[in-house]
Design a protein around this ligand. Structure first.
Ligand code: SAH
Length: 245
């Protein structure tokens, strides 16, 4: 993974009016897919198409719309961030979705990652523990017509037992260790992708459940805002801005 191609991306979105998808935003998005995703190591055609389709600028505040296609995370309020586009794509690719899965996302935030996942799977349940973010993500996704996503308010460090098991689970906040309920709520053959480690830097870990066993591999280093809740960090941990997540 490199960050050398970060400079110079995103300017083409500078004159767009928020709330619409225009030629400019479409151009910026294609440019993002080419430079930040395809030219790095994102290979899945389905993931590239999903990233080319979801209007990321509509998931950030209007005053940040011009930066929506830049190679970086962006603030979404409540001290939280929408992940860097590369990270969204890499995590989606790591889930190896074929289209018929039920997916749990922990950390719905703006709803952007959930929108991307909704184009790759049958159904997405996205849990968010900040009520204000859960409400706005739910309204935004409904307004934009992402009908196979449901946003739930609650502590996703405990998973979302009501809809378990899941074929794939994605956690978009950094956990101190893998929350046991998430492994329990994986179906046989299911994939869990989660950043694990101290607040300053984590490893993106993929767990595959086979014959009831959890097989674990480390994908790459990353940095996310902390996962809170019962199996997360206590409030106040890792106050620094994340650089990649
Ligand atoms: N995926 C999001 C960005 C994630 S930022 C997007 O596409 O915009 C991480 C999010 O995880 C934040 O919104 C934070 O409030 C949420 N979060 C932290 N701990 C959580 C928990 N225990 N359960 C649910 N959400 C949590």
């Amino acid at each position: 993974m490199d960050s050398a191609s970060a400079s110079g991306t995103g300017e083409s979105a500078a004159n767009t009016s928020p709330g619409r998808d225009t030629t400019d935003t479409e151009y910026a998005r294609c440019d993002m897919v080419e430079r930040q995703l395809r030219k790095r190591d994102i290979r899945s055609q389905r993931v590239l198409e999903a990233m080319a389709s979801v209007p990321r600028h509509l998931f950030v505040r209007p005053e940040l719309a011009a930066e929506a296609y830049a190679d970086s995370p962006l603030p979404i309020g409540g001290g939280q961030t929408i992940s860097q586009p590369y990270m969204v794509a890499a995590m989606a690719e790591a889930l190896a979705l074929e289209g018929n899965e039920k997916v749990l996302e922990v950390g719905a935030g703006s709803g952007y990652q959930a929108a991307v996942l909704s184009l790759l799977a049958r159904e997405v349940i996205a849990v968010e523990s900040l009520a204000i973010l859960a409400d706005s993500a739910r309204a935004r996704l409904a307004r934009m017509g992402y009908v196979n996503v449901r946003v739930e308010f609650g502590d996703g460090s405990e998973g979302w037992p009501a809809d378990a098991p899941y074929d794939a689970i994605l956690v978009t906040a950094g956990a101190p260790s893998i929350p046991p309920p998430l492994i329990e709520q994986l179906s046989e053959g299911g994939r869990l992708v989660i950043p694990v480690g101290p607040p300053a830097q984590q490893d993106l870990v993929r767990v595959v459940k086979r014959n009831g066993h959890a097989l674990q591999e480390t994908l790459f280093a990353c940095r996310f805002v902390p996962l809170l809740g019962k199996f997360g960090w206590p409030p106040g941990a890792g106050a620094a801005e994340p650089s990649r997540g």
